[in-house]
Write a protein that binds this ligand. Structure first.
Ligand code: AMP
Length: 460
């Protein structure tokens, strides 16, 4: 999973596009913490700054003073395709001495990456990373430079041959292109600031931070081109580029990944999560003393659940925000340790209580197993676990980092067995039908991690 941003200022003298891009990346930090970077036009050529680390670490005041530009793109990375190193960090840059210059940042995974890369390698295109962003960039550059196609026609060709998920921003010298895959799998929006600046971003929280106004979602199969003469949208018919007549927006973005203050696929994320909690409450037969979220991702699910049942809602676990992510730690022992470092219980809300513990999802089961133990050891009488999504049984191939089939606890165990593993008094998930009833436009969503139906194909 990653976050992207693209900024174009109509007034070339404004020269704050790189700074605005960095500000946008701050708000996208939850989408990736491994590395970050920006590419910008310095008046002559494209420049690139990218490093491992958080936005606030990479873009210190010293860096910020060196980057005047009216057009820039940016990226934060959470690795799915390709290992965690600087070569796989984005944006990718192609600065030819004589010809055009390209830079690209993308969110999503390409499932037929291997085959497409081998095709390009056979045409003497050289790769420096294992990252799909580089593949997208070099594909477009190859067909533009070597086969004489326009940039727009090169992107159209890409849309025909690339299977997978991509919300992408690209610079060709000082012109900006934004395009989204035919299924609209990852979020992607367009905003505008004072009629002067166009902003493309993964989520609306990234445009809020720079005080830009939401304009629209970038549509599936839409190519938007911005240059000195203005903005042009080329809307292709997605049905000519996909194998079903619907989009496949990732539902997990609404459940877990996006920030609750964002609007994603026209849904206010926090309100969607409250509805998940409300739905979970509909079939409840345990009336507990207190409802406790596993913070922060399940806060609104727990709130919706407690409101619906008229139960006491409290923060019984305090999260340390300075511990790295538990989920992406490579070793199970480190993941176990991290969970304990990350959450500290408030015994006052737990002692002698029947507790309903709410989480948004169970993947490997690491987090909840430790938390149930923690809550019990601080005096809870009973611990009932409720999950605001269905069982995650299948890996994602479209940009969310999920483990293999074997590591997914719900792929290996029944609900009863998982409850036993967690040492919970009871466990209940939302069913797939319940989740679908909460999603307004269910035909246009991807539920692959829950039902194993992969609308954009399987990883090859
Ligand atoms: P696990 O401990 O492996 O069961 O992971 C579940 C926890 O990780 C939940 O609390 C989720 O909020 C969070 N989570 C779920 N999916 C992801 C993901 N793809 N990346 C990072 N964290 C996740």
């Amino acid at each position: 999973m990653c976050g992207i941003i693209g900024i174009y200022q109509k007034n070339k003298k404004a020269e704050s596009a790189s700074r605005l891009a960095i500000l946008g990346l701050f708000a996208a930090q939850h989408r990736g913490q491994e590395s970050c970077g920006i590419a910008y036009f310095d008046g002559e050529k494209l420049q690139l700054i990218k490093q491992m680390g958080l936005v606030k670490e990479v873009f210190n005041e010293e860096v910020l003073t060196q980057i005047p530009s009216h057009v820039a793109i940016g990226h934060v990375r959470y690795p799915t395709q390709g290992s965690s190193n600087i070569g796989n960090a984005q944006p990718h840059l192609l600065n030819n001495l004589s010809g055009p210059m390209f830079a690209l940042a993308s969110n999503g995974d390409i499932v037929n990456y291997k085959e497409l890369r081998e095709d390009l390698e056979a045409k003497d295109v050289f790769f420096e990373s294992q990252n799909d962003g580089e593949l997208i960039l070099k594909y477009i550059a190859y067909f533009h430079e070597k086969q004489g196609l326009s940039i727009v026609d090169s992107i159209k060709k890409l849309m025909k041959h690339f299977q997978g998920s991509y919300s992408s921003v690209m610079l060709v010298k000082d012109e900006l292109y934004a395009f989204r895959d035919p299924y609209g799998n990852r979020p992607f929006i367009l905003g505008e600031l004072n009629d002067e600046t166009y902003v493309f971003a993964s989520e609306s929280c990234c445009i809020d931070i720079i005080r830009a106004q939401f304009k629209k979602e970038v549509s599936p199969c839409e190519i938007i081109h911005v240059n000195a003469t203005g903005m042009e949208s080329i809307q292709l018919n997605p049905d000519e580029f996909r194998s079903r007549k619907h989009s496949a927006h990732c539902v997990f973005e609404l459940i877990y990944f996006s920030r609750p203050d964002s609007v994603v696929y026209d849904n206010a994320v926090y309100a969607f999560r409250e509805k998940l909690g409300k739905k979970l409450a509909e079939k409840e037969d345990i009336i507990s003393d207190v409802v406790i979220p596993v913070p922060d991702s399940s806060n609104f699910i727990a709130l919706g659940y407690a409101k619906e049942l008229g139960l006491d809602f409290n923060f019984g676990l305090i999260r340390n925000h300075y511990v790295g992510r538990t989920f992406i730690a490579p070793e199970q022992t480190i993941r176990d340790e991290n969970v304990v470092q990350k959450f500290n219980p408030l015994p006052g809300y737990l002692e002698g209580k029947i507790v309903t513990l709410i989480d948004d999802s169970i993947v490997r089961g690491t987090t909840l197993q430790k938390i149930v133990k923690m809550v019990r050891s601080h005096g809870a009488k009973e611990v009932h676990v409720r999950i605001g999504s269905p069982m995650v049984k299948y890996p994602c191939f479209y940009g969310i980092d999920t483990p293999t089939y074997e590591e997914l606890i719900a792929n290996q165990k029944t609900v009863e067995d998982i409850a036993g593993y967690l040492k919970a008094d009871s466990l209940r998930y939302l069913t797939i039908d319940e989740l679908k009833s909460v999603v307004q436009d269910q035909n246009n969503f991807c539920f692959a991690c829950f039902n194993g139906e992969y609308p954009i194909g399987l990883k090859k």
